[in-house]
Ligand binder design. Structure first.
Ligand SMILES: [Zn+2]
Ligand SMILES: [Zn+2]
Length: 270
């Protein structure tokens, strides 16, 4: 049951790894995604969403194909496409699929990362071009653990830095999801983490995008009360959780955002 334990434990954590980042130079505290960012993502001029991926040595993302001969990164791509599809918004999603489309960075030799350190590191990776029609997300695969400032946690899988387009994935924690790098559970687990963190960056649940139905699990932050949704903070029953991952392993890439979260995004008016 060790396997199951890891699943439960880690799902609990993906959902709790979000961080309210307060830039030292800024006077405004971002508690959620900013209206500026959201109005751009969901604006009439938005044509391209670019995902830029950076990884440290020995923290490379899982790439290639899954058990159904679909790209592993197709899971994130499909879910991002779904977001613009429900809005009938003419925005192209650009997600790299293979490691040679992602960027190896020099080893940072850090044991832990605070939100401030994550943002600082992202800033060294080059500033994406600014233009009305494009939004860039920076996803960094890091060695070392998440440090909230108060506490270092070896089991936080990923964080979306509030008010930015920066996401960090903690590869050592991701690896704890399954028995080896070849296991489907770790591959789907990594992608599900990305889908979850991108959901926060894109404003759900009530993370800048208003909830239009009763599904905001306020007690757990920007999470969803629908246990079949990737934005759910945890699966209460082992069976539910196992089914969530098993559904992916047996059905391949599919929409992980529940209908309530998609309805919020559909209703957002810039
Ligand atoms: Zn979360
Ligand atoms: Zn949801």
């Amino acid at each position: 049951m060790r396997f199951l334990y890891y699943l439960i434990f880690s799902f609990l954590i993906i959902s709790c790894g979000d961080s309210d980042f307060v830039p030292t130079s800024a006077s405004v505290i971002n508690k959620s995604q900013t209206p500026e960012n959201l109005n751009k993502f969901y604006g009439a001029n938005m044509r391209h969403l670019y995902v830029r991926v950076f990884y440290e040595p020995n923290a490379e993302p899982y790439a290639g194909k899954n058990n159904r001969d679909q790209p592993v990164w197709g899971l994130l791509e499909e879910n991002l496409k779904k977001i613009f599809e429900v809005r009938t918004q003419n925005t192209q999603v650009n997600v790299p699929k293979e490691l040679n489309e992602m960027n190896l960075v020099t080893a940072q030799e850090k044991d832990s990362w605070t939100p401030g350190e994550i943002v600082q590191f992202a800033q060294t990776l080059g500033v994406p071009p600014t233009d009305e029609a494009s939004s860039f997300f920076t996803i960094m695969f890091l060695k070392g653990a998440y440090n909230s400032g108060d506490q270092i946690s070896n089991s936080v899988l990923g964080v979306s830095i509030t008010g930015t387009t920066i996401i960090a994935i903690f590869k050592d924690a991701i690896r704890q999801l399954g028995p080896s790098d070849e296991s489907l559970v770790v591959k789907f687990g990594e992608q599900a983490t990305l889908v979850h963190e991108m959901g926060h960056a894109l404003g759900v649940v009530a993370n800048g995008v208003d909830a239009v139905t009763e599904h905001h699990d306020q007690a757990h932050g920007a999470h969803c009360s629908n246990s079949d949704c990737v934005m759910y903070w945890q699966n209460e029953g082992n069976q539910d959780l196992l089914q969530f991952i098993q559904g992916l392993v047996t059905e391949g890439n599919k929409t992980l955002y529940g209908s309530q979260c998609l309805d919020d995004i559909k209703a957002y008016s810039p």
